[in-house]
Design a protein around this ligand. Structure first.
Ligand SMILES: *Cc1c(COP(=O)(O)O)cnc(C)c1O
Length: 395
């Protein structure tokens, strides 16, 4: 007899305006429900080839070794690190937020001799700071985060890339939050090992980590004297499955790969430039609205991420109460602060599908209610009006 206590899965419908995951397109969710085929089925091999080709377009690279690692963004981080690092290799990790800190931890576990160079949370690295540390340490690899989701700061890369290469090192870059939301130019900027995730600006559920390796990075992998420390993430094995040989390594998460394929197709249908412009426009509209409610950003002008708005929680306002009310009464998720920013900032994501005028106006209206309930003072409707004015002037 059936047990009536068996729980049923019935997730609520949310609007995901936190630091990821972001909202997914219905076509992406439908792809998850498509018939599962075998991991060597000719149909799936075609899906893999198309996915690689679309990933190259999104990463703006010709790198042959471009694929989706089975695992979330952190697995992409670990893949880039363990393939480039042999025990005792020197690595510089730039830490200005939680994810830089995670990269330093991953690198140390992989046996790297890690030197961290630090910046205050919310700040970015200057070319001079990178130049100083690479000339002092002479590392094999320099690791840096492009879009620090924990702080909301965007790290400029082209100059740093030049400095790193002139010093004979490889540049490893975290583009988990930036890819699909703002320019990521793997070839033009000379990035060597780059990883991302599916659930931020690509608007796919979490589960895969796009990665790409430059010819320089591959030469370093091929010159290794020791085996890659992780069997699962070893690119010298995984690439035999994604490449011509199609040698079984591990069973690809078939339906997740369908979803990524669909998400990439949607991004390319929109066009990358149009997608970046959409992210920027909605960010600026939200910013105008938040300013009218008396909220300011935790990151300097000119360094703010278009897909992740880190704002200071006004004095006298209860962080948790506001986030709980947004979720309970409006179905909206925003993020709290991470690490040292906990209790000090909110992180409002406008990533991928989530980045729309509809969500900007909805959040501003809902925030007015939550902030007002806590005694915050502003002219009624000020946030929504300011965002609408921005949209009107930037049609
Ligand atoms: C989300 C994120 C990660 C980690 O990705 P997971 O999918 O959570 O494993 C790494 N780096 C940055 C910058 C991120 O935003």
């Amino acid at each position: 007899m059936a047990d009536t206590a068996i729980p049923q899965l019935n997730p609520p419908r949310r609007i995901l305006m936190g630091p990821g995951p972001s909202d997914t397109h219905p076509r992406v969710l439908a792809a998850l429900g498509a018939p599962t085929v075998g991991h060597l089925d000719p149909y799936f091999l075609q899906v893999m080839n198309e996915t690689q080709s679309m990933l190259r377009q999104v990463f703006r690279t010709q790198n042959p070794l471009t694929l989706a690692v089975s695992g979330t963004g952190s697995a992409g981080m670990e893949t880039c690190v363990v393939n480039l690092i042999e025990p005792g290799d020197k690595m510089v990790v730039c830490v200005n937020g939680v994810f830089g800190g995670r990269m330093a931890d991953v690198a140390a576990r992989a046996g790297a001799h890690v030197t961290t160079t630090e910046q205050l949370f919310g700040e970015v690295f200057s070319p001079e700071q990178i130049s100083d540390v690479v000339h002092r340490v002479k590392p094999k690899v320099v690791g840096i985060v492009h879009a620090e989701t924990s702080t909301g700061a965007l790290q400029p890369l082209p100059e740093i890339s030049k400095i790193v290469h002139e010093a004979g090192a490889l540049l490893l870059v975290d583009t988990v939050t930036s890819l699909g939301g703002t320019a990521v130019e793997v070839d033009a900027w000379g990035l060597d090992a780059v990883y991302s995730g599916t659930q931020k600006c690509l608007s796919c559920p979490p589960g895969l980590a796009p990665v790409t390796f430059s010819p320089r990075a591959i030469a370093a992998i091929e010159a290794r004297k020791t085996k890659v420390a992780s069997w699962y993430l070893d690119m010298t094995l995984v690439r035999n499955y994604w490449g011509q040989d199609r040698a079984y390594h591990h069973t690809a998460p078939i339906n997740m790969n369908y979803a990524l394929h669909q998400a990439l197709a949607i991004a390319l249908e929109e066009g990358l430039e149009a997608r970046f412009a959409r992210h920027l426009r909605n960010h600026l509209a939200l910013k105008a609205g938040l300013a009218a409610l008396g909220l300011s950003y935790a990151v300097k002008e000119g360094q703010q991420l278009p897909m992740l708005n880190a704002v200071l929680i006004p004095a006298g306002v209860d962080d948790l109460k506001v986030r709980q009310q947004l979720l309970r009464d409006f179905g909206i998720e925003i993020g709290g602060g991470l690490g040292p920013m906990k209790g000090k900032t909110w992180r409002i994501g406008l990533m991928g599908e989530t980045s729309s005028p509809r969500n900007v106006l909805l959040l501003l209206a809902a925030l007015e209610r939550c902030l007002g309930d806590q005694g915050a003072k502003f002219a009624a409707g000020a946030g929504v009006a300011a965002a609408n004015e921005f949209y009107r002037q930037n049609a």
